[in-house]
Design a protein around this ligand. Structure first.
Ligand SMILES: C[S@@+](CC[C@H](N)C(=O)[O-])C[C@H]1O[C@@H](n2cnc3c(N)ncnc32)[C@H](O)[C@@H]1O
Length: 365
């Protein structure tokens, strides 16, 4: 079986490492490739069969997509790949020509191996890059090709609202993927514990990527701009044995973080502090790890406050941080100045796709 796994751009290596470690645990043969066909935000996995013994001692085939949907912290979707293809030049083609190519390709695929004719289906699509066709065009064209092929086997049923089977068609630049989306309509990064929706919350998958980059070893850990608590909650959900501190300046968000932590069942494992990160040393004498997505200057008024906020915060962090910090922001110049002028070294930098932007991520020590 070949899986197409989706995640955020810039964390494919971390998602790939997670998938390898999950597959290692169940002793199944596999080959994982990051950015298949050069596509960012995608990981593919060629996986052999895995079995388990049920309570009656019977040998049963294990569903790897179910296993990954349940266990992964960094993936967004688990798609059973039917096919992938590079359509050279599709970006410049007339809409009818581009759609005809997609339709002919899908019509040639044995989709009947992945769905029973009695099962209802829908096609969801995703498109990224320069094209003269829309994602709606792609969904309609792929849906038509599947419907016509399935008519050979009976009377196909389309149900756009509650389909039994979801086909996912992706056109990313020149690469086309099609498969069965086993995750469903809600991406895995939308965690069920999020009962309080912070306006600038971090995707849980990226929170986990930042945690991986920090490599916390059980020592004390803080997110000093914790907002709705995404990073501390995701860390606590891993069963983190150390002290976890969620610091936030605004009561409304801190209450939201507590509500989220209750919903996640990890409220007991996190200390919630209402406070100002630019006075961090008033709340903690020392901390081993600090991981945060910093306030960005997206609003004009806030933008002016950013250089001083960052300078004051990293000045405080220098007083208490023992091991490593990981920070994510759009404000490259301001954070780099604040990091270096406060005596920290940038150990690693990468760009991560978040909310339509590529945001700068730093590991410092
Ligand atoms: C980008 S948001 C963090 C979102 C969080 N990671 C989440 O997933 O919900 C930045 C947060 O920093 C808070 N903040 C701004 N200035 C602060 C300060 N001086 N001290 C502590 N928190 C502050 C904001 O209220 C906001 O909740």
């Amino acid at each position: 079986m070949r899986l197409l796994l989706t995640t955020s751009q810039g964390i494919e290596d971390l998602a790939g490492a997670e998938v390898r470690s999950l597959l290692d645990r169940i002793g199944v043969p596999f080959r994982v490739e990051e950015k298949p066909l050069g596509v960012e935000g995608r990981v593919s996995a060629e996986i052999g069969e895995a079995f388990y013994t049920d309570e009656k001692g019977r040998r049963r085939r294990m569903s790897i997509p179910t296993y990954l949907n349940e266990r992964s912290r960094l993936l967004h979707r688990v798609i059973v790949e039917i096919a992938s293809e590079r359509f050279e030049g599709i970006g410049n083609e007339e809409p009818e020509v581009a759609l005809r190519r997609i339709e002919d390709f899908v019509a040639s695929l044995p989709v009947e191996r992945f769905i029973k004719v009695s099962e209802s289906f829908a096609v969801r699509s995703f498109r990224k890059g320069e094209h003269r066709i829309t994602s709606v065009d792609v969904a309609k064209t792929v849906g038509k090709a599947i419907f016509e092929r399935m008519e050979r086997f009976g009377k196909p049923r389309v149900n756009l609202d509650h389909p039994a089977v979801i086909f996912r068609a992706e056109l990313i630049n020149e690469v086309f993927f099609i498969g069965i989306d086993t995750t469903g309509d809600s991406s895995l990064h939308k965690r069920p514990w999020r009962v309080y929706d912070h306006p600038a919350h971090l995707k849980a998958s990226i929170a986990n990527a930042l945690i991986e980059l920090a490599e916390p070893d059980g020592g004390s850990f803080t997110d000093p701009f914790c907002g709705s608590g995404t990073i501390p909650i995701e860390l606590a959900l891993r069963g983190y044995p150390g002290r976890v501190i969620c610091l936030e300046k605004y009561r409304k968000h801190l209450r939201g973080a507590e509500m989220n932590a209750f919903a996640a069942g990890v409220h007991e494992g996190i200390e919630f502090i209402l406070g100002d990160a630019t006075r961090l040393s008033e709340y903690v004498d020392r901390v081993d790890f600090a991981v945060s997505n910093l306030p960005y200057g997206l609003k004009i008024g806030r933008k002016r406050a950013i250089p001083k906020l960052y300078m004051d915060f990293f000045g405080e962090l220098a007083k208490v941080l023992e091991k490593r910090g990981v920070f994510i922001t759009t404000e490259k110049r301001e954070i780099e100045r604040a990091i270096t002028e406060n005596g920290f070294k940038i150990k690693h930098h990468r760009l991560i796709g978040h909310g339509g932007l590529m945001v700068h991520t730093y590991v410092i020590g």
